[in-house]
Design a protein around this ligand. Structure first.
Ligand code: NAD
Length: 703
């Protein structure tokens, strides 16, 4: 391929590294060589950089970050300095996306023309990094430090037309970007003016107060990545130091963060989320079915949330309820939600009205006969599910997908209520369904490849983080929660109190400890799940404290009392003397001498309870890969992304170390059935013995 093509004295250099033009070493070398060639070509007066395919560039190659290639010349910074120093004007022509290092490359050009729909942004902070190739130094010089810092700290992507007039672009167009960039480049060459961003001043009135305020608004978890604070420091440096010194600070900060364990965890999750989107087995080779019309059966907590998740992505939904009263209640919930969002400024009034209008209601199942996808979210009762699926089977068109949002019931059994089990799939949304990111896509034994591919495409379309799970009680996430809660109960019996357990694991980084989580979900609901779990696993024990808290009517936040007391108007839960007394009495009843339990032991036991069950899930082929389990926990259960997920933690600690600790817990303070609880998953023992990694375990071929 030629390095560039010349049109009327303008050399057009194309970034061409499918699929996303990531700026790994090969592309950087190509760009650098093309620039040298264009600069010394007497036919060339000006240069345009553009991307081939779907966009300009999605940024640096994240898989290269800790490889020797990442430090090889030309480094991104050297390449950008080379562009900026060019004596022939360089114009970036942006379409599709210019993200991270891709946007930084564009910032180093002398001008930028963007198609209005281009997605631009600096997402590095989400990976625990600062933009490391001039972003924190050039963006503030173009847009002003405040706008730049907001963009950098949010890590969000923005449509180019929402940034028109910000100083970032010289033109935003609905027309041919390349043609406009060529015209602009030729004009700049004729005028002989080159504006180098790095040479521009970066002044700000009240800079000191502004940056102090910016720091004060950041709430960093102890141990979490310091990247947000570092971003503030780097942008502040742009206002205080020379461009060169600011770049030095940015480069050093980037290098330090890149070597941090927090970056390792965040990168693992970033890559794991993408890997989880690979459809299982044959589903990779089939095209998803169209999803133009959808329906949700049941307009309770989940049904209304699922309907809104669809409408938010522009998909029309019919919501079906049992009767007019229930339907009116569901539609009112939805309307109130959108009106409230518009009032709070979270959504424009037009968008709120448009979303509301996408959701229609019905009480007659005939309304769904033509739908491409029907999602059931009725009561968690197998008899009710049976009724609903028999009716759907009778009425839905032959190619329709029939999905269930069940949390615990057997998807294979539900599929058998129809004459088309190949069309039945689990779509396990989390509450509130329009907000929570995680979507477990539950593949029944007979679910077809087409249905799986379509379910994954749906997840993407509605902005969820999807993970495929096989059928088992609780699927991946809730199944792992049971041993985690059992372990929390054992800690209570042995000497810890709920608030100590919650506080230890929250300090470690979990968004919420197990008891606060139970209070949020409802202890009555938890009781039902526990009873079901014990039917299937009679060899295990839950602390009786769970039963007692439920028996006290302490159903959780919704009644103002649970493991904690909830005082109206007060956000923080208050430890309950009544519950604490019951916990202490239970230890006495068991004849256990309560002892001090360190935070380290609490965290270790809760974490390894997750790891052991995760390994079983992997071994049984319920999860396709260990990294999928990490995605479930980081996207759906408040596990800190910067710790990479439970399986990543296990691998980091070393599987031999994991087994040693499990055996220590099994043989530690006497507790009934602790040894049964801690019997290691055979997969863990095998991998540890062979020195193999959880992340190399191959899933059995599915579908
Ligand atoms: P819910 O009680 O709030 O709502 C159920 C709704 O279904 C009610 O409005 C009811 O009127 C309606 N309904 C019952 N039978 C119907 C029928 N035959 N036709 C039409 N509508 C009917 O329950 P929910 O919390 O929304 O749970 C629904 C499903 O989602 C359950 O399977 C549950 O396990 C699952 N789920 C719940 C959560 C959660 O946190 N609540 C999370 C994930 C999954």
């Amino acid at each position: 391929m030629s390095l560039y093509q010349v049109t009327d004295g303008v050399a057009v250099i194309t970034l061409d590294r499918p699929p996303l033009n990531t700026l790994g070493l090969p592309l950087r070398r190509h760009l650098d060589n093309a620039l040298f060639a264009a600069q010394s070509d007497s036919q060339v007066n000006a240069i345009v950089l553009k991307g081939a395919g779907r966009g300009f560039s999605a940024g640096g190659d994240i898989t290269e970050f800790d490889q020797p290639d990442s430090d090889q010349e030309p480094s991104p910074r050297a390449l950008h300095d080379h562009i900026e120093a060019s004596h022939k004007p360089v114009v970036a022509a942006l379409h599709g996306m210019a993200l991270g290092g891709g946007l930084e490359l564009a910032l180093s050009c002398h001008a930028r023309v963007a198609h209005c729909a281009t997605q631009v942004g600096l997402p590095e902070v989400h990976l625990g990094l600062v933009p490391g190739a001039g972003g924190t130094q050039r963006l503030p010089r173009l847009t002003g430090p405040e706008k730049a810092l907001n963009m950098i700290l949010s890590g969000r992507t923005f449509r180019a037309d929402t940034l028109a007039g910000s100083g970032l672009f010289d033109a935003v167009t609905t027309d041919d970007v390349e043609a406009q960039a060529i015209t602009l480049a030729a004009t700049l060459a004729t005028a002989g003016t080159i504006s180098r961003t790095g040479e521009q001043p970066c002044n700000m009135d009240n800079a000191q107060a502004f940056f102090a305020y910016a720091r004060s608004t950041l709430r960093l978890q102890p141990g979490a990545s310091t990247a947000p604070l570092d971003c503030v420091d780097c942008v502040e440096a742009a206002t205080l130091k020379s461009f060169h010194r600011g770049q030095e600070q940015e480069s050093n900060t980037f290098r330090n963060l890149r070597n941090s364990p927090q970056f390792e965890g965040l990168r693992h999750v970033f890559l794991a989320e993408r890997k989880a989107l690979t459809p299982p087995g044959k589903a990779q080779q089939v095209k998803p079915l169209p999803l133009n019309t959808t329906a949700v059966i049941g307009g309770g907590t989940m049904g209304t949330g699922i309907a809104m998740a669809m409408a938010n992505a522009g998909i029309p939904v019919v919501l079906v309820e049992r009767d007019d009263t229930a339907l009116a209640r569901a539609l009112t919930t939805i309307r109130d939600h959108y009106e409230g969002s518009a009032k709070r400024g979270k959504l424009s009034a037009e968008k709120a009205a448009a979303n509301t209008a996408l959701i229609s209601g019905a009480t007659d199942y005939s309304a769904v006969s033509d739908c491409d996808l029907i999602i059931e979210a009725v009561f968690e009762d197998i008899a009710v599910k049976c009724q609903v699926f028999e009716r759907l089977d009778a009425i839905a068109k032959p190619e329709a997908i029939l999905a269930t949002n069940t949390s615990m019931l057997d998807v294979n059994r539900i599929a058998q209520f129809t004459r088309r089990p190949q069309s039945v799939v689990g779509l396990h949304f989390f509450s509130p369904a329009h907000i929570m990111k995680l979507l477990e896509i539950v593949q029944g034994d007979l679910t077809s490849a087409k249905v799986m591919a379509t379910a994954l495409a749906l997840g993407k379309k509605i902005g969820k983080t999807s993970v495929v799970s096989g059928v088992c009680e609780g699927f991946i996430g809730n199944r792992m929660l049971q041993p985690y809660l059992m372990q929390a109960g054992m800690l209570l019996d042995e000497g810890a109190l709920p608030q100590q357990i919650d506080s230890a694991i929250e300090k470690w980084g979990m968004a919420m400890g197990p008891f606060r989580m139970c209070d949020m979900a409802g202890n009555d609901l938890g009781g039902k799940i526990r009873e079901q779990h014990l039917v299937n696993h009679p060899q295990l024990v839950y602390s009786r404290c769970f039963i007692e808290v439920e028996a006290m009517g302490r159903f959780g936040q919704k009644v103002g009392r649970g493991w904690y007391d909830y005082i109206p108007g007060q956000r923080a839960p208050v430890p309950s003397e009544e519950v604490n007394a019951a916990v202490i009495a239970e230890s006495a009843r068991l004849g256990l001498q309560r002892r001090f339990i360190s935070d380290e032991e609490i965290v270790g036991r809760l974490l390894l309870a997750l790891v052991n069950e995760g390994a079983r899930i992997l071994e049984e082929g319920i999860a396709q890969r260990a990294s999928d389990i990490d995605v479930v926990y980081t996207a759906g259960y408040g596990f800190p992304s910067w710790r990479g997920g439970p399986m990543f933690q296990a691998q980091q600690r070393g599987l031999v170390d994991v087994l040693t600790n499990m055996s220590r817990f099994a043989n530690g303070p006497t507790y009934q059935k602790a040894d049964v609880f801690w019997s290691p998953a055979p997969l863990l023992s095998r991998l540890a013995a062979n020195g193999e990694s959880l992340f190399n375990v191959q899933a059995p071929e599915a579908v």
